[in-house]
Ligand binder design. Structure first.
Ligand SMILES: [Zn+2]
Length: 81
């Protein structure tokens, strides 16, 4: 999955409300645990860096490192100035 596709998926999910615009309360980075990434919906393999986010709306979201970075960037673009 290249960065353009990741960014497109992030925008789509922010627009549709599948991804929230608020930032995480806490984030952890570690090796993948075989869970699905909330952005690209692919497995985060043990060889990948997984980012876990505890979100203010509740629940834990899991991202590939690149998917998390794309979301974090797009989220800040959407925030009111
Ligand atoms: Zn991903």
């Amino acid at each position: 999955m290249n960065l353009d596709r990741i960014r497109a998926a992030v925008r789509e999910k922010l627009d549709s409300g599948d991804l929230p615009p608020e930032k995480c309360l806490i984030t952890w980075f570690g090796p993948g645990s075989g869970q699905l990434c909330v952005v690209c919906e692919r497995v985060i393999a043990a060889a990948d860096i997984e980012c876990e986010c505890e979100h203010p709306r509740g629940g834990l979201m899991r991202f590939h490192q690149a998917c998390f970075a794309a979301w974090d960037e797009a989220r800040q673009d959407m925030a009111p100035a």
